[in-house]
Ligand binder design. Structure first.
Ligand code: AMP
Length: 570
């Protein structure tokens, strides 16, 4: 496992450190960059890579290895746009240097005590991770000397320029020696980044992970088309349709961020807002709640969300299109990180179609235009989620034992089925009630091709692909297990499942064909109750055998009003 890092030239001490972090194999960017940075003669590098691709270790491991521990001056400087990212980089480097005690690393960023940072720098550090503003302050106070740095890393260069750090950056760059090598990482390559690269990098080698300007490949881009007035209702539908959602909702302005978060909180969702009007302690408070998963939805402006270092987001929701379309790549790149799958959702209206096409070009990927889930679909999703949760819940016998005789006595008169219905209804009635008369929020497509059709997208039998899976009744395999397996492993919550046939030792099921590759890739070799899963495409059944598994018919219903203080799930 760790041998593949050894082959790249990583030393034993660092191998031990990354072994503790469970890094088994180098990520693609690490395979490309580590050997380049361990060479004697260093070249400048432009890395086209998003956060989550493993770039910190790509530059961090060689930097730690090459640090001259006998010298107490600054040898390496890493610049990044936000406090969060700057601290994250320093923390990562400190963990890589766990068994290299002579390597001294510190983070330098605004909004924290300058005295403490100065004291640390004066004690002698070789590696600094900094944000441009605070570093420039320290340079102006002549606390920091960059005249002997060997390597400069510009991380998230496009974000730094977007945030208006160009002048600060140039002032800093001018205080670094000519004889150094520079690494510039950026998720996108707008002209401003290219002009910085042209001015400050010498014959750079271009290293790219993924396609140029592409959103990560494991991100699923979905668009829901609604009237502008229905944005908020659509947002709630989406949040309800993905019961395990853990994501960021991007808004365009601070006011919109506050309004959306406030409404979500009033409606009983675990949400809060992150925007520029918050003080640093307030920001830290919200971020801690989000990291600890006490919030499932963080509503944020683009600026406030920069540098958020949460790796396991399931969804990004674009409540509005960003003003600058480039920002879509940044937003969506916050999910689908570190090898996971993620979904980026756009709530848009028909007027925005041109912009959507531009985004598709820039991410080199297509949106799936899906109908906003209706009440029935949401209730179905929530119900199965609840059942799944109930199946998986661990029962602590020792705790409830003493109450059980009384409970059994009280419920004695109920049949098994009645009992199940009642237990499920305790939690589920709220959803049924709320969505009882929910209207169709979809905007009918106006193109001649689809004019007159009721649904924005309708699912045909043809949309389903049939699969074989090697689990059946003998494995105690139930439909809810299948849905759970698909939801948990693909991390995409909108995959439609058709007919499920559980047989003795294997099963067949149908699922949305668009996700066929993803389903097979993410379930293959996974385990269910210690049994390794085999899954493959199966031949489709004849049409008349499938008739009952189409899209449920939509009902005409009265206008939905958001209910206040709805005591929602959990
Ligand atoms: P980064 O793009 O540097 O923010 O890294 C994204 C995440 O991937 C971080 O949580 C890293 O700790 C993790 N990571 C980096 N390299 C590896 C690796 N080779 N194996 C497993 N995880 C890694």
């Amino acid at each position: 496992m760790i041998q593949s890092f050894q082959k790249l030239g990583i030393s034993d001490k660092i191998l031990s450190a990354i072994g503790e972090l469970d890094y088994e194999h180098p990520m693609p960017i690490q395979e490309k960059i580590i050997p380049l940075l361990l060479q004697e003669k260093l070249k400048d590098i432009i890395g086209l890579a998003q956060t989550g691709t493993g770039k910190t270790a790509a530059f961090g491991l060689p930097i730690i290895q090459k640090t001259d521990q006998s010298k107490n001056f600054i040898q390496y400087l890493i610049l990044s746009p936000t406090r969060e990212l700057c601290v994250q980089i320093a923390d990562d480097l400190i963990s890589y240097a766990k068994f290299s005690p002579g390597v001294k690393i510190t983070a330098v960023f605004g909004g924290a005590s300058m005295e403490k940072q100065i004291k640390k720098i004066k004690s002698g550090v070789q590696i600094i991770s900094a944000t441009p503003g605070r570093l420039l302050d320290l340079l102006n106070r002549q606390v920091v000397d960059l005249s002997k740095i060997k390597t400069l890393v510009l991380d998230e260069a496009d974000e730094m320029l977007n945030m208006g750090f160009r002048e600060d950056l140039e002032s800093i760059l001018q205080q670094t020696p000519r004889e150094k090598n520079t690494l510039l990482f950026s998720a996108t390559m707008p002209n401003e980044v290219l002009s910085i690269a042209k001015k400050y990098l010498k014959d750079p080698i271009e290293v790219s992970v993924g396609k140029r300007n592409a959103g990560a490949e494991n991100i699923n881009h979905i668009c829901y088309m609604v009237h502008a007035k229905d944005r908020y209702l659509a947002l709630k539908r989406i949040a309800d349709y993905y019961p395990s959602i853990y994501g960021i909702i991007f808004c365009r302005t601070r006011q919109e961020t506050k309004d959306v978060a406030e409404n979500l909180m009033k409606d009983g969702y675990d949400a809060d807002a992150l925007h520029g009007d918050l003080s640093q302690p307030q920001r830290d408070y919200v971020m801690n709640k989000f990291r600890n998963k006490h919030l499932s939805l963080l509503v944020a402006t683009d600026v406030a969300a920069r540098g958020i270092d949460v790796d396991n987001l399931t969804h990004i929701i674009n409540y509005n299109l960003p003003d600058e379309l480039e920002l879509y790549t940044h937003r969506s790149g916050r999910t689908g990180r570190a090898g996971r799958f993620g979904t980026s959702i756009l709530i848009a209206n028909l007027k925005e179609k041109n912009k959507i096409h531009q985004i598709e070009k820039s991410i080199n990927n297509k949106f799936k235009f899906l109908p906003v889930p209706n009440g029935k679909e949401i209730c179905e999703k929530q119900l199965f989620h609840l059942i799944d949760k109930m199946e998986k819940v661990e029962v602590d016998d020792s705790q409830i034992k003493s109450y059980l005789p009384l409970i059994f006595q009280k419920l004695e008169w109920l049949e098994r089925e009645e009992l199940i219905k009642k237990f499920v209804s305790v939690e589920f009635n709220r959803f049924l009630e709320y969505y009882k008369n929910s209207p169709d929020l979809n905007v009918p497509e106006q193109s001649p091709k689809t004019k007159g059709k009721k649904d924005f997208v309708s699912y045909q039998d043809d949309a389903f692909t049939r699969f074989f899976i090697n689990l059946g009744r003998l494995d105690d395999f139930q439909p809810t297990n299948l849905i759970g397996l698909i939801n948990d492993n693909t991390n995409v919550r909108n995959i439609r499942i058709g007919k499920i046939e559980i047989l003795k030792s294997f099963s067949f099921f149908e699922a949305d064909g668009e996700f066929a590759d993803l389903i097979i890739k993410s379930l293959k070799n996974k385990k269910f109750k210690n049994r390794q899963i085999t899954i493959e495409l199966a031949e489709k059944k004849k049409k008349n055998q499938n008739e009952s598994f189409g899209q449920p018919k939509k009902r005409k219903v009265r206008e939905e009003k958001p209910r206040k203080n709805r005591n929602r799930r959990r």
